[in-house]
Design a protein around this ligand. Structure first.
Ligand code: FES
Length: 157
């Protein structure tokens, strides 16, 4: 059955986009993993929007596809199952809770470490969900683990 692969048989579309799956199916399952140019990518459907990012956490390669989504200061974040790092779905920023000791009564505030996880552009067309091939002229911390697990066959834990 050619249609049953949930890990996403990769098909190249004429315009270079990579087909991930049917819009309706991903809306139901809320997340799906696929190989995009050999790298593990996870596509989430969360609160009416699709997001795609490298599936291997920028910290030590944890499987973000198995993480929970949490709202942090109004930003939807995936929480890595390994060491609980938080990564925004929208931008791939790593968030941390920091304290400014110079404040009169310091309280922890969520702050950004910058974009750590490579995100991928999602396109919806005619009921299908596509991801754009990554622009490798720009690099992100998660690239190291994307390469390490590249073409590793099974989606290992
Ligand atoms: Fe993701 Fe450490 S591997 S938090």
């Amino acid at each position: 059955d050619l249609c049953s692969s949930s890990t996403g048989a990769v098909e190249m579309e004429p315009d270079g986009l990579i087909l991930i799956g049917k819009e309706d199916d991903i809306k139901k399952s809320q997340r799906v993993t696929a190989k995009v140019n050999g790298r593990e990518v996870v596509v989430f459907y969360h609160e009416g929007k699709f997001h795609a990012m490298d599936s291997r956490c920028y910290h030590e390669g944890g499987p973000l596809r198995l993480g929970e989504i949490e709202d942090i200061n109004g930003q939807a974040c995936i929480v890595c199952p390994w060491h609980k790092y938080k990564i925004t779905l929208e931008t791939g920023e790593g968030l941390y809770e920091g304290i400014n000791p110079l404040e009169p009564s310091p309280t922890p505030q969520w702050q950004s470490k910058g974009v750590k996880q490579r995100i991928h552009k999602v396109t919806i067309d005619n009921g299908n969900v596509y991801v754009s091939p990554p622009d490798l002229s720009v690099s992100f911390d998660s690239d190291y683990f994307a390469d390490k697990y590249k073409n590793s066959g099974d989606l290992a834990m």
